[in-house]
Design a protein around this ligand. Sequence first.
Ligand SMILES: [Fe+2]
Length: 215
Amino acid sequence: MSINEIPIWAADAAAAILQTVLKKDPFTFHHCCRVGLAARQLGKAMNLPEFELAILEYSGLFHDIGKIGLSDSILLKPGRLDENEHAIMKNHAEMSIQIIRPLTKHAFFRFLVPGIRYHHERFDGKGYPIGLMGEKIPLIARAVAVVDSVDAMMNTRPYRQALNWDYVQKELIDYSGTQFDPNLVRIYLDAAKNGFFEKEALKDDVVIQHILRAA
Ligand SMILES: [Fe+2]
């Protein structure tokens, strides 16, 4: 098997893992599915090859699965987290990696680790877990960070209503170069303006269809 091969059972493994997330927290399940899809689409707008698109998609699918390791009092808290709770919450990316660790003996799953581990890094180096800066943050993680934030803003949370597209667009521009990779913000907004994401939606999304069918 070449290093650039996606195991034929990868979608089944993803569906099984995501089932666990669904049982614990449907919001996180749907968020992971949406982010997986959006990450693939952003990758297409970046003109990445198919293998990288798959890495983006699976990295998005798995980025937050570690949240099932959080207590319900934190995961389902109907308000903003306090400092202590936030510190615990920050472990979720590493817990996501722990969940897929048995699969990382297969090359494809090893490629997913950086995008998951570093999806909360910020372009200005003020993110976590280690404060990587700029292009030191793996590209996959920078891409997941953009689509993760967009999805978080566009959906209702216990402590606020969903924000509208105009607001989201302004946030992306305002935090371009501080939170987000400015180049990716530009690609994302250009693609959105041209209706790229609507056109691409669910076109080739076999993995996510598979996961949703299993749900
Ligand atoms: Fe996250």
